[in-house]
Design a protein around this ligand. Structure first.
Ligand code: ADP
Ligand code: MG
Length: 698
């Protein structure tokens, strides 16, 4: 294999390729679009399309696709070949600027939550020139946004780009107030840390629950789980190391900055983190990364599980969204500066985030809501469903000093006055220790830790960007009118700290006492499930904020509410059906077969000597029979509950029934099955156990 720098980005139509293959004029014009969002000329698009096609064909491409992220959460692509007939009966390879800018996949089968009337099934995709095109096999993939003909967003990228624009606009107003004239653009950056499990392909094939739903629906606790903590940062097994090596190579070829990899807490669990990049690019890269993980795993006889909770009683998988705001001049606005003035600016941006997280706790919770993630949040392995912020002792002391006008008791005793004092540099080591907070300040960025491993990071960042844009707008509105800027600034920061300090919590987020304090004393929200939180997407304050920044229209929000709840319901229904099926056709028959063998053994023994008691066999047969009866009864009950869902029309009501009836009944069916597993001969058990799955990759 060549050196990494030689092949890094070799499958990407990146800046280097553009520079080498476009005329200086076209290149400049395209850069202006990428860097400043300038409008793109058709002649420029034509030239870019030509160069892109030539480069792709030289790399073996026959097809191109507008690659997009519909609301299903995964990515979609429709391939068109470059061929175009020539008069002599042959073909030439062609690609125009028009085809680059706009594509028209039939949108009728993508979820739209009632946005698209059936007669208007078409949607179109629009090129996102800020995210580079790349090669996948023989196809050139062009990152795009996906909209209906009415212009409504049918994807996750469109609102993400809009939220980035909203934040850019408001942040620039603030920077101008601080006399900053040279910044042209403010962007958010994200580094998502991705967790996943690896199991063997053979075992995966034998488990219908994992195949159909991505997680185990049955499984008794294995004799060994994660209690020894011997997996975290442990030596990586050769087979996993080979997988990681190939994964890195594939990602590097795609220009993805895969950086850190290690074993996670649970056996068979691992993590991969890239170096951070601009949010929309990080989002595209995270989607590609999840796809490549699964492909490379398959080549190694493995299956990569991205589900949030593949195994009960073992840590699930999340995604840490490391987020910061920076300028095109390279200044991180969440990093304390060198001068008092820069620090006042830092404190203002910090306060904007504090206010945003408190005012829009519900939107942040909603942004990570899926059936899978509900199993994780609050299960003592991931942050609770209550949103709070961790700032660390040092920063907390600074804020307290400002709020109370008291001396800051840091390294030196200083009276905090904005515009006068220099803040201490916040040391990563002192800020990063808390691992239980949903939203932690880590020195120069925030780490939002509630995301599920299979979530697109788009949703969380849309809400985060929009909420912070709203705080900044309120600040800018006030400061632009202020007679004395410094006094107004100081007062505003103080007021934010006073009004919003209830969201700041530096203690242990896994502690039950915290949930009590958070909800009862501080009045923070605790939406345990997707069904609980989703309706609040349509609360007036949320609709007002998101529409006023033009991130969503009201119709788009309604459609997202419906699609997310529909997805929640469908996910659980598929799980419940799979359980009924496995219980009836695999588990109960296996127990019965084993019981029959025990009975036969007892009969045989007695035919030898009628005085043999056969207490072991008879006792076990009785226990197993009682369990199969339980299983049959619980499976029928769950089945009946599933049938009763058919009569519910309203999606909100259906989600409530799923939460209150279906999920508990699934738990009831699982219990006797898991108990039977511990009593049934391994020879008879129809699929691999937790122990097999978790310790199977060697
Ligand atoms: P950990 O959280 O495991 O201690 P790090 O803090 O080193 O690991 O990095 C976690 C992720 O945060 C990485 O993807 C890294 O690139 C990203 N990151 C670092 N600085 C920033 C920043 N300013 N903005 C956004 N992400 C960042
Ligand atoms: Mg981290």
């Amino acid at each position: 294999m060549k050196n990494v720098p030689d092949y890094f980005g070799s499958l990407v139509f990146d800046d280097r390729v553009m520079k080498a293959n476009l005329s200086a004029e076209v290149y400049q014009s395209l850069r202006k679009t990428i860097d400043e969002g300038a409008k793109l000329d058709l002649s420029v698009a034509n030239a870019v399309a030509g160069a892109m096609k030539d480069w792709a064909v030289a790399n073996g491409a026959t097809h191109y696709t507008h690659w997009f992220q519909p609301l299903t959460g995964i990515t979609a692509e429709k391939h068109d070949s470059f061929i175009s007939p020539s008069p002599d009966g042959g073909v030439i390879m062609e690609f125009s600027g028009k085809e680059l800018i706009k594509g028209e996949p039939d949108a009728s089968s993508f979820p739209s939550g009632g946005l698209r009337a059936t007669f208007e099934a078409r949607g179109y995709t629009a090129w996102d020139p800020t995210s580079y095109a790349f090669m996948k096999g023989k196809t050139l993939c062009i990152p795009t946004a996906f909209c209906s003909y009415g212009g409504e967003a049918l994807d996750k990228k469109t609102p993400l780009l809009r939220s980035m624009q909203a934040l850019n606009k408001q942040a620039l107003r603030i920077l101008r107030l601080f006399g900053n004239e040279d910044v042209k653009c403010v962007r958010t950056s994200v580094g998502p840390e991705q967790e996943y499990f690896l199991i063997t392909k053979e075992m995966y094939e034998q488990r219908r629950d994992i195949r159909f739903t991505g997680r185990t629906l049955f499984g008794a606790k294995p004799p060994k789980g994660q209690e020894m903590d011997d997996h975290y940062f442990g030596v990586i097994k050769p087979r996993v190391a080979a997988f990681m090596e190939e994964l890195n190579e594939e990602l590097w070829k795609l220009g993805i900055l895969a950086k850190t990899e290690h074993n996670e807490v649970a056996p068979a669990q691992h993590e991969l983190a890239p170096i951070y990049s601009t949010t929309n690019i990080a989002t595209d890269h995270n989607q590609i990364m999840m796809e490549i993980m699964q492909k490379v795993a398959a080549k190694h006889g493995l299956v990569c599980l991205l589900h949030e909770k593949p195994f009960a009683g073992v840590n699930g998988s999340g995604k840490h969204n490391n987020w910061s705001i920076s300028t095109d001049t390279g200044v991180n606005l969440l990093s304390p500066g060198e001068t008092p003035y820069e620090n006042a600016q830092f404190l203002l941006f910090l306060c904007a985030v504090i206010k945003a997280v408190d005012d829009y706790q519900d939107l942040l919770r909603i942004s990570v809501a899926t059936a899978g993630n509900d199993h994780r949040l609050g299960a003592n392995e991931a942050p609770p469903a209550v949103v709070s912020m961790f700032l660390g002792d040092e920063l907390n002391a600074v804020l307290e000093a400002i709020e109370n006008d008291t001396p800051y008791a840091g390294t030196e005793k200083i009276q905090m006055k904005l515009g006068v004092n220099v803040l201490p540099k916040f040391n990563r080591d002192t800020t990063d220790r808390n691992r239980t907070s949903p939203f932690a300040f880590t020195g120069n960025k925030f780490e939002f830790r509630m995301l599920g491993s299979s979530n697109s990071i788009a949703c969380a960042n849309i809400m985060l960007n929009s909420a912070v844009a709203e705080s900044l707008k309120i600040y800018a509105d006030r400061l632009e009118k202020a007679e004395d800027f410094e006094t107004a600034l100081h007062e505003m920061i103080r007021k934010t700290i006073k009004d919003h300090k209830k969201i700041i919590f530096n203690g242990n987020g896994y502690d039950d006492a915290w949930i009590k304090e958070a909800t009862e004393e501080r009045g923070l929200l605790n939406y345990r499930t997707t069904a609980d939180c989703l309706p609040h997407l349509l609360d007036e304050k949320n609709v007002d904020m998101l529409t006023s920044h033009k991130v969503f229209t009201e119709a788009e929000l309604k459609s997202r509410y419906e699609i997310t709840l529909e997805n929640y319901c469908k996910t659980v229904i598929i799980e419940a059906n799979t359980m009924v099926d496995m219980a009836k056709t695999e588990i109960a028959p296996a127990i019965e077969a084993y019981a029959a063998e025990l009975a036969k053994t007892a009969a045989t023994k007695r035919s030898i000597d009628s005085a043999i008691s056969c207490g072991y066999e008879i006792g076990l047969v009785k226990k197993l029979s009682a369990l199969t009866e339980q299983i049959a009864m619980k499976a029928d009950e769950l089945d009946a509950a599933l049938v009763s869902l058919h009569s519910i029309d309203d999606i909100g009501e259906e989600a409530n029934v799923i939460r209150d009836i279906i999920l508990p009944k699934m738990g009831e069916l699982r219990l006797p099955c898991d108990e039977a597993e511990t009593l049934t001969s391994k020879k008879y058990w129809p699929f691999p156990t937790y122990g097999d799955l978790l310790f199977g990759v060697r």
